[in-house]
Design a protein around this ligand. Structure first.
Ligand code: GMT
Length: 375
């Protein structure tokens, strides 16, 4: 198949999933064309089956708001026509699904009928999409897609609850490439971070409010009072300053390292004993799956799709959003006993294996076939 993939080219979950999916499809012999405003962060190798088309929006003084969606739609028309694509797969509804709809209409005037698959990732539904200013367009463009997928049962439910959707939504969970995300020999790094064999807790996110990163600091303070520990905060975003301020207030700065944005997250996860994800909302929790693939148990909130990934008392624990007390108690329970910690680590990896790319890729391929057959 010749597949066009539209996504945000950043480190954000939807962009990572789209890029990894594209790479895997290309590996499987499909021709994959990424159509984005910059080279996707994880599109880091050359393959004869991978193509990248940049969407560049020209600046003009009249445009206080450069019309990205229109330029994207024009680019889609161009790539579909001249590369002869069979299908467009857009990740994150806003504005990709509506741009694809417009492209599809234009292409029909050339006698080209291209099916569009939209994958819903989370905030396009739960936060941004529900905003009244976007809602009619999001509803319309989901209903106009030829196939719709969501990354968890919870996100599917939430989409039906908050939008007037007539289309079937197929749940295809996110996946992990275990050949990349696995325990790496990083003992020297572990020694440098935790010279006295302290436990290591990790949080990775974009530090947006929805991630409740300051809860991580609160949890760490309580854990560290009972068990000597270190905390690695990976990523960057608006809440980082608040986390840093909290560390100063608690006088725990020497035990907390802010590493900023990192590409080789798997190397950091390889030294971790516990992953902390106290998000307010999380449609799937890809970062938690990445941690589990590196044998790291997860302390998380019980929101969104997280209960579909993190199994209570098996791969970690889930608590009510904001229940720092419970999350700290659970973290201590896992960390205080080395034998118990080892069991949780094994369970985390075992669970992650269920989401291996090799299990999920055929589901996408089959779904594409169904959409193409129905078109
Ligand atoms: O979590 C973010 O802020 C990034 C966002 C995105 O779309 O890039 O992530 C969403 O999609 C990921 C991939 O499907 C999911 O693993 C995340 O749970 C989801 N984030 C939220 O729902 C907040």
């Amino acid at each position: 198949m010749k597949i066009g993939i539209v996504c945000y080219p950043t480190f954000g979950g939807s962009g990572v999933v789209a890029t990894e999916l594209g790479k895997a499809l290309a590996n499987n012999g499909h021709q994959v064309h990424f159509i984005t405003y910059s080279q996707p962060a994880r599109l880091d190798f050359f393959s004869e089956n991978l193509y990248y088309h940049e969407v560049s929006v020209s600046q003009y003084p009249l445009f206080d708001y450069p019309p990205y969606e229109l330029v994207l739609a024009s680019k889609l028309v161009d790539v579909v026509r001249f590369e002869g694509l069979d299908l467009l797969h857009v990740h994150y509804a806003i504005p990709h699904a509506s741009a694809a709809f417009m492209a599809k209409q234009i292409l029909a005037t050339y006698g080209i009928h291209i099916p569009v698959v939209t994958t819903l990732h989370g905030t396009d539904i739960t936060l941004v999409g529900r905003d009244v200013t976007f809602k009619p367009v999001v509803t319309f463009s989901i209903n106009q897609s030829d196939g719709v997928t969501s990354v968890s049962e919870d996100l599917k439910k939430s989409t039906y609850e908050h939008f007037d959707i007539q289309k079937d939504i197929k749940v295809i969970p996110n996946f992990i490439d275990l050949s990349r995300f696995s325990l790496k020999p990083k003992d020297h790094f572990k020694k440098a971070i935790a010279p006295n064999n302290e436990r290591i807790l990790v949080h990775t996110s974009n530090f947006r409010k929805v991630k409740r990163a300051t809860d991580v600091i609160k949890i760490f303070k309580k854990v560290n009072e009972q068990i000597p520990s270190k905390l690695l905060m990976v990523g960057d975003g608006e809440d980082r300053v608040n986390c840093e301020a909290l560390c100063r207030e608690y006088k725990i700065c020497e035990n907390v390292r802010f590493l900023g944005k990192q590409e080789a997250v798997e190397e950091i996860l390889s030294v971790a004993d516990l992953f902390v994800m106290p998000s307010h909302s999380e449609s799937f929790g890809l970062a938690a799956l990445e941690a589990m693939a590196c044998k790291v148990p997860v302390i998380s909130s019980n929101t969104g799709g997280l209960p579909e990934l993190n199994l209570q008392g098996v791969t970690g624990f889930l608590s009510e959003v904001g229940d720092v007390e419970d999350m700290s108690k659970n973290a201590i329970y896992i960390l205080e006993d080395s034998k118990r910690l080892a069991e949780f680590k094994e369970n985390a990896l075992k669970r992650a294996k269920e989401f291996d790319l090799s299990n999920i890729l055929p589901i996408y391929e089959q779904f594409y076939k169904e959409v193409l057959d129905a078109a």
